[in-house]
Design a protein around this ligand. Sequence first.
Ligand code: GUN
Length: 295
Amino acid sequence: MQEKLIDGKAIAEQIKKEIAAETAAIIDAGKRAPHLAAVLVGNDPASETYVASKEKACRQVGITSSTYRLPEKTSEKELLNIINFLNKDEEIDGFIVQLPLPAHLNADSIIEHINPHKDVDGFHPVNTGRMMAGLPSYLPATPFGIIELLHRSGIQTAGKHVVVIGRSNIVGTPVSVLLSRKSPKGNATVTLCHSQTVNLPELTKQADILIAAIGVPSFVKADMVKHGAVVIDVGIHRITDDKAEKGYVIKGDVDFDEVVKVASRITPVPGGVGPLTIVSLLSNTLAANQKKIYQ
Ligand code: GUN
């Protein structure tokens, strides 16, 4: 059972060690530490958790982190003032605007104001466009994490049939692009499924690697998975459970207890893809500091 599990936490710790060593070398050379900033508008609890995890991970590897907390009622003009300040501040290598934003703010137009060279989330159209064209770019954290997780777990993607469920701009669409492109960590044949897909189980059963990023708890059942497939679960849901110590349990998009019986490898939730997401943001920040992606 143990070797079936893809241990995202252990892989993330290994990558953090590598980032910490590179960061220490920068500081030893007399340069300032890489610096990641986050802008948080309002008090969405999931966003608070994400920003707190980011701050902790930065501390662990020696990256400076700062968080700009703005009230729920912040206007677009006020938010753009902060973004313009971060765009220009030479002490800050990269920053993210935490999503979701309150309903009165348009995330797409806000993201377009981020300097693409500082867009360590990889959400700016310059970065998504460069990624589509196969040019160097900041890669969005979750897809970047999935690619790294597969690679470091020794799972080959070349020639494999990958089926992705979910076409979001943050996960499904970019991971499909990355896995299908001509590169050592790609070269897969990818099928991207979504809410209008007809006969979904027929397609998912053909997957050598199944990626669930649909946002519905325990959606993927054993009868949707080919025997011996690799299953990557991107979902993360808090499910109320009075019997659990905390009053809730964390579930993914995959019915783990069922699917673990047919999969050859599977990511747990928590402890699978999640830990890689923050680490990818750290990697992007380090690259921004080193001006390693593109200039
Ligand atoms: N909200 C959930 N995931 C993310 C992420 O990766 N980046 C940002 N900015 N917001 C998020």
